[in-house]
Each structure stands twice: as structure tokens, then as C-alpha cells.
Write a protein that binds this ligand. Sequence first.
Ligand SMILES: [Cu+2]
Length: 159
Amino acid sequence: MPPSDVQQFFPPSMNVRVGDTVTWRSSVPTPHTVSFLGGTPLIVPPSLENPKIFAPTPAPAAGYDGVGYVNSGVMGVGFPGQGFSVNFSRAGTFGYVCILHISQGMGGTINVAAAAPAPPKTGSGAASNPATSMALVGVLAVLALATVGGARLASRRAR
Ligand SMILES: [Cu+2]
């Protein structure tokens, strides 16, 4: 049996909170994208040569609210990007796809819950902005993975 190539994100869905940042990483040579269409039409043609797909379209600095096109650009070993991060500014369920493999159903979902309530004031004066702290401690690393010949799937959560 020849080596197979599994086109999927791992894990396929993730639960985070408003203010969290999700990072996708790829360590495989197969090109992939992490693309939130956010109500925009699918970019065609879905090819590596299409500059709208090849180049990153980062999320707004204030965070992604689920509206509009956000794209990692082509990621993978040998391609410009190996990682891509999106900070989420609004609660909701946001689907994303790999434009290059959308016909194979390669997609995922980020479920964004409301931000955690602020911790009680301690009076120490050292409390930081809860949203900022959440963004720093809430970084999740997700492998957007295709496997070739049984390469190990990996998922990492940094806290
Ligand atoms: Cu893909």
C-alpha cells in the first residue's frame, strides 16, 4: 500500500475565548492554507499560483470578528509560511478551510466563547488588563497536519 496523504487539521475543532490567539503550524511538505472566508466568496482558482491564496491576509490588529477574508498564505515545509496565528475578538463559531484542499473537505472550526470574567481586584496594584493576560496565556498551538507515510500527528498546547 503506498503512503497516503491525509488532508486535515488536527484537532478539527478547538474551544477558545475572546482574546485568545490560535496558532496553526505545519511541518509537512504538502502545501496548505488556513483560510477564514468570513462571508466572502471562495477565491478561485484554488491554486498555488493564485496570489490571493499564496500571500497571507492577516487578521485585523484588533482581532478577527468572523467577518471578511483572513488567510495564512501557503504554509508548509519549503513554502513561505510554517505558522499562522489569529486572535479572536468576538464570540461565535468560525469555520475555516484549506483553500487548496476544500474539495477534500479540509476544514476546521474555532468555537470562541465570551471572555472569562475579570478576576477580583486584590488591591496589590499589580493586576494587568485581563484581556491582555488572556491573550498571552491563552496561546494554543495547533498542528495543521497532513501526514505522509504515517508521520506522527502532533498537537501542542502551550499554557
Ligand atoms: Cu490543505
